[in-house]
Ligand binder design. Structure first.
Ligand code: AP5
Length: 186
């Protein structure tokens, strides 16, 4: 089974929902940069204070800050004996993807699969408005979608060119989508 995975897709596609489920079922480390940043904000750390306003606008926080978080977690996991991981919400632009490639080379690890979750904007927006997280109001959601198109969507061709990308329709029930993803892992 493939066990070094990356989830890509617009806000609200269900990356976090599916990543948590899959990681739980297969004993993978679920590394969500959004969750880790929100934890820093809640704890009121210096890092959280730096990230809070940027996240509230739906912009990307600095590459250096996010990379430090990801490096720490992946190094920690390798020291603890390694294992699979699922990156959710990272990388978010080409420079983060290049930095991840360099980090994985250092760790002698490789991405085995990139899952692109695809869904219409209208459904994404409805899902996010229904959730009501601090950054889930219509203005910020539209900005997050624009940031996704401008900065994150170029990773689709980046990982397709590397032969790692597989797409999944992200509509339907959580279970139905999970089954589509599971089918790609064999
Ligand atoms: P992040 O937390 O990564 O947010 P996001 O990409 O906008 O993703 P979401 O959490 O909104 O959506 P999701 O695809 O995970 O869907 P979910 O499963 O939650 O990032 C937040 C911010 O942090 C960024 O804007 C940025 O500022 C910063 N950040 C994070 N990573 C960064 C990075 N690498 N670099 C720089 N900045 C970074 O589901 C959404 C909703 O839909 C939920 O309510 C869920 O219950 C529901 N749902 C899920 N599946 C279904 C389904 N099948 N049917 C119906 N409802 C469903």
């Amino acid at each position: 089974m493939k066990k070094r995975l990356l989830f890509l897709g617009p806000p609200g596609a269900g990356k976090g929902t599916q990543a948590q489920k899959l990681a739980g079922e297969h004993g993978l480390l679920h590394l969500s940069t959004g969750d880790l940043l929100r934890a820093e904000v809640s704890a009121g750390t210096a890092l959280g204070q730096e990230a809070e306003a940027v996240m509230a606008r739906g912009e990307l926080v600095s590459d250096a800050l996010v990379l430090a978080i990801v490096r720490g977690r992946l190094e920690q996991q390798q020291t603890a004996g390694g294992g699979g991981w699922l990156l959710d919400g990272f990388p978010r632009n080409v420079s983060q993807a290049d930095a991840l490639a360099a980090l994985l080379e250092e760790l002698n690890q490789q991405i085995e699969l990139v899952v692109l979750m695809e869904l219409d904007d209208a459904v994404l927006i409805q899902r996010l408005l229904g959730r009501g997280r601090a950054d889930d109001n219509e203005t910020v959601i539209r900005n997050r979608l624009q940031v996704y198109r401008d900065q994150t969507a170029p990773l689709i061709s980046y990982y397709r060119a590397a032969g790692l990308l597989q797409s999944v329709e992200a509509d339907g029930s959580v279970e139905a989508i999970a089954a589509r993803i599971e089918a790609l892992l064999a």
